[in-house]
Design a protein around this ligand. Structure first.
Ligand code: NAI
Length: 482
């Protein structure tokens, strides 16, 4: 990358390939493309400076260019060190009208295989807006909450007048963010406080990020309003479920090419992601076993025909282990020590603490070897080998290319409408965490029906009156669970 340019990607020469895949993806993303058409004249995001922290994939490229088509300025980073598709990042940096020698695209800071230090540097670059009044964005589009966390931690430590000592870091990840904050928090500049002051809101993509937002709200720490995009029905009941149904086995296949049929696969967690994962493994002919803590989800798994038991019961006999919980310490190093030779271990939840990778590395005499990027064998002293995918980070984006375009069109249409809501109606959203209004959720579903040849039945007025809804919707009360 030539110096002085306001982006950092792996290889600009991949831009033409990226552009071809973006063009193919546009056809598969009818939600985003019809939003572009609908709002072309109104330009509802004119004046928005959107910082995005979300996997820099081909589908995300279509999202970014949709935000730009609606008038926004955008800066972007990936929200995972392994999830960037380098050709998509290059195409975004070059832009539809630029060339690798004359890039004219969006400032993007993302490449596959960042170190943790580089990861947080990229997030900081996406949040740094040269020439803006506060030096920062006025909107955040987040996935997992890292951009939001960085701003909140910066403000908290500026208020306290100091950043905790680096030695207090609880993990490598924590150390990397503390180092960044030590570099950027000082008594005089109040960089983060200034930056936060103009942020109108954040729209959050995933279960884990949403969890963080509700915690901040509960503790009175939330600095700006947030829309929980994850719990739009057209997001979590589609992306988390059908997206993972597609991309879980894609990741396992690309990483190992092991025949899944006939194997015993354990899916830890039977929420939206777990449901999609279990179905995808069963679709390949695996015998799927589910672990759950929630009796409702455990009962659902049983009714769907899966054996539900504890990890303890199957840890020595199963072939494939997938964590989907968004919780920590699901598979411990002591569990992995008991697994059978060439068991495959992977995580599809947002963060890498579902599998105790640090504990695995500390086991006596264990040897790690790279088969290829994001696929490692861990050999125990007795010769037993485990195959760990994406170093315990989300394997569908680390080992494959994440969810396909059509399902992401739903999620990203939700994201775009949520950005428009928060940016254009600040008075309607005082600081709190909101879900997308149901009429917008239904609108996003509508935008995807034609492409699949779906014909909707129209309610007759007397039928609408009988069930107490409008002919034009919303068709369900807010408490309906789908
Ligand atoms: P969810 O809350 O619907 O499901 C998680 C399930 O795990 C719950 O049913 C919970 O009871 C269960 N669980 C919690 N602790 C457990 C334990 N110790 N043992 C067994 N089960 C346990 O959440 P959702 O939407 O399924 O998301 C899960 C994770 O996946 C989150 O981190 C989310 O951010 C992430 N995600 C990843 C995607 C990807 O493409 N890789 C896509 C969407 C979400």
């Amino acid at each position: 990358v030539p110096t002085g340019q306001d982006f950092k990607v792996a290889d600009l020469s991949l831009a033409a390939f990226g552009r071809k895949e973006i063009t193919l993806a546009e056809h598969e993303m009818p939600g985003l493309m019809s939003i572009r058409k609908e709002y072309a004249d109104a330009q509802p995001l004119a004046g928005a400076r959107v910082t995005g922290s979300l996997h820099m994939t081909v589908q995300t490229a279509v999202l970014i260019e949709t935000l730009v088509a609606l008038g926004a300025e955008v800066r972007w980073a990936s929200c995972n060190i392994f999830s960037t598709q380098d050709h998509a990042a290059a195409a975004i940096a070059v832009g539809p009208n630029g060339t690798p020698d004359n890039p004219q695209g969006v400032p993007v800071f993302a490449w596959k295989g960042e170190s943790l230090e580089e990861y947080w540097w990229c997030t900081e670059q996406a949040l740094t807006w040269p020439g803006s009044p506060t030096g920062g964005p006025n909107m955040i589009l987040d996935d997992g909450g890292d951009a939001t966390l960085l701003v909140h931690k910066g403000v908290e430590y500026e208020k306290a007048g100091k950043v905790p000592a680096i030695e207090t870091a609880e993990s490598d990840e924590h150390r990397a963010i503390l180092e960044l904050l030590h570099r950027t928090v000082d008594g005089t500049s109040q960089k983060w406080t200034r930056l936060a002051s103009e942020i109108r809101g954040v729209t959050e993509e995933t279960t884990t990020g949403v969890h963080r937002l509700y915690e901040m709200q509960r503790d009175g720490d939330l600095l700006f309003p947030a829309i929980n995009v994850n719990d739009a029905v057209t997001k979590s009941k589609f992306d988390n479920k059908y997206g993972c149904r597609h991309s879980l086995i894609d990741g396992i296949n690309r990483a190992t090419d092991v025949l899944i049929g006939g194997k015993t696969a354990v899916v830890c967690g039977y929420g939206d992601v777990g449901k999609g994962c279990a179905e995808s493994l069963r679709g390949q002919g695996a015998r799927v076993i589910v672990t759950e803590v929630d009796p409702i989800c455990a009962l659902q798994a049983a009714m769907d025909g899966y054996q539900v038991t504890t990890l303890e019961d199957v840890v020595e006999t199963a072939d494939i282990f997938i964590t989907t919980t968004g919780n920590k310490d699901i598979i411990l190093a002591s569990d992995m020590a008991r697994m059978k030779h060439q068991a495959i271990v992977g995580n599809i939840g947002h963060f890498d603490n579902e599998i105790d990778m640090a504990g695995l590395a500390k086991l006596d005499g264990i040897v790690k070897d790279e088969v290829k990027p994001q696929v490692h064998t861990w050999t125990h002293p007795d010769g037993k080998v485990l195959i760990v995918l994406s170093e315990g980070r989300l394997l569908n984006l680390g080992n494959a290319t994440g969810h396909p375009s059509f399902v992401m069109s739903n999620s990203f249409a939700d994201q775009t409408l949520a950005q428009i809501e928060l940016f254009t109606k600040p008075d309607e959203y005082p600081t709190d965490v909101y879900v997308l209004p149901k009429h917008l959720d239904e609108k996003v579903a509508c935008l995807h029906l034609d492409a699949l040849g779906v014909k909707l039945t129209e309610l007759r007025p007397e039928q609408a009156a009988y069930i107490g809804v409008e002919v034009t919707g919303p068709y369900k009360p807010d408490h309906y669970r789908y």
